[in-house]
Design a protein around this ligand. Structure first.
Ligand code: AMP
Ligand code: MG
Length: 339
């Protein structure tokens, strides 16, 4: 999987190098995109409808902002606020950056909405399994139970000064299921402030499109086929201003004794969620919402997940079951095309 991501990155880089070679006066030269490996995934920003120099400046600014926010929100950076929060768990409050507090509060909202299917305090379970593409650890039942016992979003305490504390020693926060969505929203705000009106921000399975194409047509966003290789599409959706976020068991996993262990955890079991879903795609206005919901619906499974999505205004979903079954929420029936 990791190799695949690198190969995808290399081919995307080659493709963007080729695109960059358009001759002056060619209207396509007014579209500029760049790709990088950030946030543990392939990130690309594509700008339409402005001169190339402006687009380049916008893409550079976007990448800087992504790097900054990765530093603030990542669980793998020694000494950042998320790390200090874990170090101070059970003992004291930690002052966090504005963005970390905002995302943490959003994460708690979604934990409440989903009864803990989505839970940012899943950190100890994520750390225990340590799932990378192609490697990980299968814990004992005791180890799973011990990690699951540390998961409880009600034990994230906020004081009146905006500082945060995890109530019990051993607790930690992992914002991996919501951070990319938040970052996409921030990058959109940044690009908009720079005068960009048409763009597609793609952070791994997190796509945020805005403004449609300059010629008035929609962006067509592919939905990864959970059973295909990376880049193989199960369906497409046409969008103008919309976040399209996918979560799936194909994104990060390892195999042991013929079993696939993927990265989306059932916080109660302390183990990869086994809900009968292989891929979830959420359409929403804001990517932070789509990101939290994509992970939550994966954990909840088809029936509960669909019920949740149907109860929310302006949110739609496409679900692909582990046997290939397809489910589309009621507001999306006409705009999704399966291959
Ligand atoms: P996503 O790709 O958005 O579904 O996010 C998956 C990532 O979020 C995982 O790699 C973990 O870091 C973290 N995570 C896993 N399970 C959960 C969960 N139930 N609630 C919140 N975060 C989770
Ligand atoms: Mg998510």
């Amino acid at each position: 999987m990791f190799k695949k991501a690198v190969i995808t990155l290399i081919s995307l880089l080659l493709a963007s190098a080729l695109l960059g070679g358009c001759s002056a006066g060619d209207t396509s030269s007014e579209t500029y995109s760049d790709t990088a490996f950030m946030l543990d995934t392939v990130v690309s920003v594509k700008i339409y409808g402005v001169p190339e120099a402006d687009a380049r400046a916008a893409v550079d600014a976007a990448f800087s902002e992504i790097a900054r926010l990765e530093g603030v929100l990542s669980s793998n950076i020694v000494g950042n606020g998320i790390d200090l929060l874990a170090q101070n768990a059970g003992t004291g409050y930690t002052e966090l950056d504005y963005d970390a507090v905002y995302v943490l509060r959003k994460a708690v909202e979604y934990a409440e909405l989903t009864g803990g299917a989505f839970d940012p305090t899943v950190g100890p379970v994520v750390a225990l399994w340590n799932i990378r593409n192609g490697s990980g650890y299968v814990p004992t039942d005791e180890e799973r139970a011990a990690a699951a016992a540390l998961v409880d979003y009600n034990k994230i305490l906020f004081d009146e000064n905006g500082r945060v504390m995890l109530a019990d020693t051993g607790m930690s926060v992992n914002l991996g299921a919501i951070a990319k969505g938040y970052i996409a929203d921030r990058v959109k705000a940044l690009l908009t402030s720079m005068g960009i009106e048409h763009a597609v921000i793609s952070l791994g399975g997190n796509v945020l499109a805005f403004g449609g194409k300059p010629d008035g047509s929609d962006f067509v966003i592919g939905i990864q086929d959970p059973f295909g290789s990376t880049g193989e599409i199960a369906a497409t959706v046409s969008v103008r201003d919309m976040s399209v976020v996918s979560s799936g068991d194909y994104e990060r996993y390892f195999e042991a004794d013929g079993i696939r262990y993927h990265h989306i955890m059932d916080p109660f079991a302390g183990a990869p969620a086994n809900s009968g879903i292989s891929g979830v795609t959420i359409l929403s206005d804001k990517s932070v919402d789509g990101d939290a919901l994509s992970t939550a619906v994966f954990v909840l499974g088809r029936n509960e997940g669909l019920e949740l999505i149907e109860s929310l205004d302006g949110v739609e979903c496409v679900l692909i079951g582990s046997g290939g079954e397809r489910t589309v929420s009621s507001g999306l029936k006409d705009s999704v095309v399966f291959r």
